[in-house]
Design a protein around this ligand. Sequence first.
Ligand code: MRU
Length: 324
Amino acid sequence: MEFVERHLKTLDEIRDAISTLAVRGAPAIGVAAAIGLVVSLLPFENEAGVLFRARLQTHAGILGAARPTAVNLPWAMARMSARAGANPVASSAELLTLLREEATNILDEDRAMCESIGAHGLPFIPDGTRVLTHCNAGALATAGIGTALAPVYVAQREGRRVSVFANETRPLLQGSRLTAWELGRAGIPVTILTDGMAASLMRAHEIDVVLVGADRVAANGDTANKIGTYAVAVAAKHHGIPFYVCAPWSTIDRATASGDAIAIEQRSADEVRFAGGTAVAPAGANARNPAFDVTPAGLITGVITDKGVYRAPYSFTYEMRSRD
Ligand code: MRU
């Protein structure tokens, strides 16, 4: 495994990095799109205000549509547009300053939300907990310490022993490539499972709790996350194992009533037919590749957010505090 930093400058580069999953994970793509929007507008600093505002909307529309399922992308673009809209007489240069400030806020808030999810999730990770996770909802998916992995990192900081089973997550292997990599670097014991193994480990009493991330949590608690999450939730329910979704407030979509209304990204069948460039299926074999599935709220023990832990029946509201 190699850690490579990519420096993106143009709108096309930023959009492609999101759609090809060079940057992925719901919070990370929201943050990347916000910063990317600013970067893509830098060459136009001296453009007339009205043209610059039209360009801003075009770029935000393109970045916001780079992937359909994670609500963080349109959420971040809406915040950026609103910031510009609230300053109707600002010049292009002034707008760029405001947009840079808003993107920085989104970045900083994401870091803080991760820490807060970690704190709210800590009670579910007593000493010796064996966690199962699916996909990668860690530092590589956010600006901070992750969502599903945040309680794990905080538990480690607190001196608790915690170990993680990481589903490899076919077809793009975010579990084995990313989760195993980042937890290994952090010195947290991690064991990779192929996606079909989790149920039998649950049956053997080897898993204490499931923590997964989310790309969109609907108003009724139905949750879209990486394909395979639903099967893990069904197995956890069957074995009486708590199943928690960990998500920042930016992933809660109160405007979407239920999981039925969530658009599921369909990706190329070649991602299934090939692994790391090597064919793993007969040429031209039919294959499906939905990137996400929906776990119904009834299978979810609770949603751990930065504002607290929510349980059914879900109503995602919170008391405003001065810094919210
Ligand atoms: O296709 P990906 O890799 O972007 O899918 C990511 C996931 O499904 C994550 O679990 C989710 O975005 C939460 S990341 C904190």
